[in-house]
Design a binder for this molecule. Structure first.
Ligand code: MOS
Length: 706
């Protein structure tokens, strides 16, 4: 069970039997349960906060009003999801922002008290809807340039035989992690100890150190099992800071568990986007112009930009490309990264537009994409580190039975249902973060891997033992993993589909060093794992440890790096009740070497199912009067269940990317959720003749054209 083998998920049994412990489950002596109380109305100023009845609830320890906690912030560390910490003053930026923090002996008392608090907010005028507020918007330069141009799109359009241009839209969406965010904060002596459901313990440590003016070494942050992150737990949010602030004031440990409703306002969401895409092409399908203009809904403060046009800069070979990302400031909670940020929403616009172009040209959609395959990055001119996208198209088309796709829209019926097929390309930029790790061999022959990576459900605790097994020759079952603690060797956040490359490579480095050390101790190479205990005994060693590290190299900048996929979908639509259903979906991915086919497939099909949600179900509607996300729970915010997805399958083409990481891997965490949205919309067109340019698909009131 070394690299490439189907080693079963090591935390699977603990999770399905309920043995796995999450932060809300931890026994914590003396802990006070904290509950944030959100404002029920939109932005404005808190003019009245009546705590009298709430304070009398038995078990209530203390209730903090705005301005009563020590002043903190603004936080300028990039780990902070937003700079402003809530509850610092009487200003309310958006509906749902906390205006009180209840501390109680138990969560029931806190919840009872919350219902008795009287809140009056003097309302300010609100502007909440992206599409009605759409104007020029602001271009924000953050990690990705807000504007890209190569060649001249005007020139390219002048040379085009066919042009398509349209506006596309994606909805506000929420992470919907099964485990709502939880933080326990405990001041010990002059230091702070925190357990929090995070994807980035070192990020939380940095933000807390800044918030409280501490040296980072005096803050210990760890996480236990994390029940899904998806970006909601990638940054540091108000509850993490406020738990520590309240704990310091009352001199007792404080735990804040977000109720499900607050997960809709407390840690970001994927903002709605509007995308204008214009494509020009020669009659043979070769693109002459790509223009992608994106707008995303941002908060009044802070600058989260959904770089929806990112993929269009590099997806297809074209001499004339223009992309611009803009934000429109609205009275909304702060948005954030959500699996898969940027290309997840952005490829919806590009890939439906490509389908429209294929239709206009009378070309097969797969063939159109093959003819526009980029052999080098069209924006930077750099070669790709590795790219097997053509193999993805061909294998996917063959396995899916793409040749059976109805050539004319709205013509295939089975059992009274309209049937159609659609496809799309998927692309996700490769992110890589430096990491370090320690690998220790014990005298009993067992091995311990330590690194501050996080098991958020992706399988990191399963693949690291395989990497150790590959290099030390031990059975992976004999490798234990300790993760997610700032006392361990540092790693970047477990996000950006980056962990296998960064942490995996650091573990590989440590394992190789350990193997060399063992060979030295033995006086000769070629020692077998069963001989390790005797070797350590001979040298009177209880354990041998080596530290390893990995970071992107400067010379890697010579390469453009992306994960790719080709996604195929079949839908069925009842013409009398036109709610499309996905009956089959296949994704074929180019993501570098696959360390574990089980966990990689899980990542891919999980992402694809999320993409079906984006296509058909997920939409956080906003109350135009208050900016309130109206659903705030799974009763109204719909995510796919088993009944909503048909046969979903994912394949990976064989590949070794020598530049992305020494393991040959790129990332598999997010590519699966990209492309499905457009593929479903394109399949709906093929089934019904109805062009869909807005997700989730809504055919109510539209009649299939056959
Ligand atoms: Mo993901 S949005 O990189 O956690």
């Amino acid at each position: 069970m070394t690299i490439g083998a189907p080693f079963p998920r090591q935390d699977g049994v603990a999770k399905v039997t309920g043995a796995a412990r999450f932060a809300a489950d931890l026994e914590w002596p003396g802990v006070v349960e904290g509950l944030l109380v959100p404002t029920p109305t939109g932005p404005g100023r808190v003019v009245e906060l009546d705590l009298a009845a709430a304070s009398r609830v038995p078990g209530v320890v203390r209730i903090f009003k705005p301005g009563e906690l020590p002043s903190i912030g603004p936080l300028d560390h990039w780990a902070a999801g937003q700079a402003t910490v809530p509850l610092m003053n009487d200003q309310v930026g958006h509906e749902g922002q906390p205006v009180a923090l209840i501390l109680a002996d138990d969560r029931v008392a806190a919840a009872a008290a919350a219902r008795l608090i009287g809140i009056r907010v003097e309302p300010a005028p609100v502007r909440v809807d992206l599409e009605t507020s759409l104007q020029v918007g602001e271009e924000i330069q953050d990690w990705a340039p807000g504007r890209t141009a190569v060649g001249s799109v005007e020139q390219g359009l002048a040379e085009a035989d066919v042009m398509v241009t349209a506006r596309y839209a994606t909805a506000d969406r929420h992470h919907a992690a099964l485990e709502p965010s939880v933080t326990v904060a405990d001041w010990r002596g002059d230091g702070l100890e925190v357990v929090t459901s995070t994807q980035w313990v070192f990020g939380v440590r940095a933000a807390l150190a800044q918030a409280f003016g501490l040296e980072a070494e005096r803050v210990r942050v760890r996480s236990v099992f994390v029940g899904g992150g998806f970006g909601a737990k990638g940054s540091v949010w108000g509850h993490e800071i406020l738990a520590a602030a309240a704990a310091r004031v009352i001199g007792r440990p404080v735990r804040i568990v977000l109720p499900r409703s607050q997960t809709f306002t407390a840690h970001g969401h994927q903002p709605a986007t509007v995308q204008d895409v214009t494509l020009g092409a020669r009659r043979d399908g070769r693109l002459t112009a790509v223009r992608h203009l994106g707008w995303s809904a941002a908060a009044r403060t802070d600058d989260y930009v959904e770089h929806a046009t990112l993929g269009s800069r590099t997806m297809y070979a074209c001499p004339n490309i223009e992309t611009v990302d803009r934000i429109v400031r609205l009275d909304r909670p702060q948005p954030t990264f959500m699996r898969a940020p940027h290309e997840g929403p952005g490829m919806v616009g590009l890939e439906i537009a490509m389908d429209e172009l294929a239709q206009a040209l009378g070309l097969d959609p797969v063939e159109l994409r093959i003819r526009n395959h980029a052999d080098a990055d069209p924006t930077s001119g750099k070669p790709f580190s590795s790219k097997e996208l053509l193999a993805c198209y061909r294998l996917g088309a063959e396995r899916f039975g793409w040749a059976e796709r109805p050539a004319v829209t709205g013509t295939r019926r089975e059992g009274g249902l309209l049937v159609g097929m659609g496809m799309a390309s998927a692309l996700m930029s490769t992110f890589r973060f430096g990491a370090s790790a320690r690998v220790s061999l014990h005298r009993d022959g067992s091995v311990l891997v330590e690194s501050a990576a996080h098991e958020i459900g992706t399988g990191v605790g399963t693949i690291l033992p395989q990497i150790v097994a590959e290099h030390l020759g031990v059975e992976p079952e004999r490798v234990r993993v300790a993760l997610a603690d700032t006392t361990l060797p540092e790693a970047g956040g477990t996000f950006g589909s980056a962990t296998t490359m960064g942490v995996g490579s650091a573990v590989r480095d440590a394992a190789l060093k350990l193997k060399a050390r063992l060979d030295t101790l033995a006086g000769e190479p070629g020692l077998e794992a069963r001989e390790y205990p005797d070797l350590l005994a001979l040298h009177r060693l209880d354990r041998v440890s080596e530290e390893g590290s990995w970071a992107p190299r400067r010379q890697d900048a010579a390469w453009a790096m992306n994960a790719y996929g080709a996604v195929f979908v079949e839908v069925r639509v009842d013409p009398r009740f036109p709610m499309p259903r996905v009956t089959r979906a296949l994704g074929v991915y180019s993501a570098g070497r696959i360390i574990n086919p089980i966990t990689a497939r899980s990542q891919a099909i999980g992402g694809m199912i999320w993409g079906i949600g984006q296509a058909l179900l997920e939409e956080s509607r906003v109350d135009p009067n208050t900016g309130r996300f109206v659903a705030k729970g799974f009763g109204g915010y719909r995510v796919p269940t088993h009944a909503d997805v048909g046969a979903v399958e994912a394949l990976f083409v064989p590949e070794f990317d020598p530049h992305a990481s020494p393991l040959g891997a790129r990332g598999v965490g997010e590519i699966g959720t990209i492309g499905i949205g457009a593929a479903v919309a394109n399949a709906v067109f093929n089934a019904t003749g109805l062009r869909v340019r807005r997700l989730p698909v809504d055919l109510i009131g539209r009649r299939p054209s056959s």
